[in-house]
Ligand binder design. Structure first.
Ligand SMILES: Cc1cc2nc3c(=O)[nH]c(=O)nc-3n(C[C@H](O)[C@H](O)[C@H](O)COP(=O)(O)O)c2cc1C
Ligand SMILES: C=C(O[C@@H]1CC(C(=O)O)=C[C@@H](OP(=O)(O)O)[C@H]1O)C(=O)O
Length: 347
């Protein structure tokens, strides 16, 4: 499948066209909507106050409840734009958002309102596409789940069993340990109070992928394929598989995953490799952690440049922003992973 995301945060609609969806899938739109509801803005003081209903509408590729195999287009209408918040920022880019890079790339013709096509809002259609991918994967016994693994240094409980992630998906604040989740929420609210933002990390697991998918080579390896989808999510600044950066502190005797046989199947007793050896799946869950940067739009004064005059100036960003992106990004990371898993399966 290939997908193309279109629209701008303050334009009339945002949406996605997914090409190559297998024909005959009885698409459950309630499940698509449920995924969108998990990501929807305006639901908690730890998130942006922009209120959107994020109702999915299918324009093509679905007939009598089943996919036709032709391009599937889904849209979401924008309704709660405060475009005036961005007037003063048109020629004075926000540090670390896509404003300056987008200005250059679009030759000054970009839609600057709300970050335009660079807005985190464009992850809503990604979630819709991912929800379709999840339904295809479910038929093959493949599941995708994630949780907030840390926010500003406050860590969730470690994931012992990937089956725990199904319950996490039902939570408003998707952590394994709710007490830790409350500490994280307080850290977000504290940063918000101080006109600042915080980042963190999300751990994701894809279970049920058979051993033998992928290849060691450029363009075909499992880590590379997942990373390409994950780095397309705005604010993702790192992806590491299995034990990831912790490998640098281990000896081989600790890092290696011993083989064993369970119910006649070769498994590993630990999964430090994150389900991938030699760029190929080994049949264990593919696990990875994604690092999410602190939200670039903070209310504290910041240094910028007036692109018309070349003068250095101080800016103050108005408007409604996520003081932390991590909680709302959990279903987004799952969606990106589901699309990557489909690519790996040749769907
Ligand atoms: C779900 C989600 C919500 C986001 N919310 C905001 C926000 O409210 N304010 C903001 O400045 N950036 C937000 N971002 C991040 C920006 O979109 C992102 O940092 C920007 O496009 C630049 O991309 P980069 O960080 O990958 O370089 C959000 C991202 C996601 C995934
Ligand atoms: C609307 C969403 O998030 C937006 C992501 C975002 C950004 O710069 O990425 C900036 C804000 O946009 P606005 O200023 O229009 O409120 C967030 O609210 C959403 O995720 O649905």
């Amino acid at each position: 499948m290939r997908h193309i995301i279109f629209g701008e945060s303050h334009g009339p609609v945002i949406g996605v066209t997914v090409e190559g969806v297998p024909a005959g899938l009885a698409l459950d739109l309630k499940k698509v909507q449920r995924e969108l509801d998990r990501r929807r803005p305006g639901q908690d003081p730890t998130a942006t106050a922009r209120k959107e209903s994020d109702r999915v509408e299918v324009l093509s590729g679905l007939f009598e409840g089943k996919t036709t195999g032709t391009p599937l287009t889904m849209i979401i209408r924008n309704s709660n734009q405060h475009s005036g918040d961005y007037d003063a920022l048109r020629y004075t880019p926000r540090p670390s958002h896509g404003d300056y890079a987008g200005f250059i790339k679009s030759k000054g013709c970009q839609d600057h309102r709300g970050g335009g096509h660079f807005s985190g809002r464009l992850t809503a259609p990604l979630v819709a596409a991912g929800a379709v991918a999840k339904q295809i994967l479910a038929q093959k016994g493949v599941t995708v789940g994630a949780h907030i693994s840390s926010i500003y240094g406050i860590c969730d409980a470690s994931l012992e069993d990937t089956a725990e992630l199904a319950a996490v998906a039902e939570k408003a604040f998707p952590v394994l340990d709710d007490a830790k989740g409350e500490e994280m929420r307080q850290a977000i609210l504290e940063a918000k109070e101080e006109l600042d933002s915080v980042g963190g990390a999300i751990e994701c697991a894809v279970t049920g992928l058979p051993a033998g998918l992928g290849a060691p080579d450029f363009g075909c390896n499992v880590e590379g394929i997942f990373s390409q989808y994950l780095f397309a999510v705005p604010a993702v600044k790192g992806v590491d598989f299995g034990a990831g950066v912790a490998f640098s502190l281990m000896r081989g005797s600790e890092a290696n995953d011993p083989f064993a046989v369970e119910d006649g199947k070769v498994v590993t007793k630990t999964n430090h490799a994150g389900g991938v050896n030699g760029g190929i799946t080994n049949g264990m869950p593919v696990t990875f952690e994604v690092t999410i940067r602190p939200t670039p739009s903070i209310a504290l004064p910041q240094e910028s440049v007036d692109l018309r005059t070349g003068e250095e100036i101080e800016i103050e960003i108005k408007g409604r922003h996520d003081p932390c992106i991590v909680p709302r990004a959990v279903p987004v990371i799952e969606a990106a992973a589901a699309l990557a898993a489909c690519a790996l399966l040749g769907i």
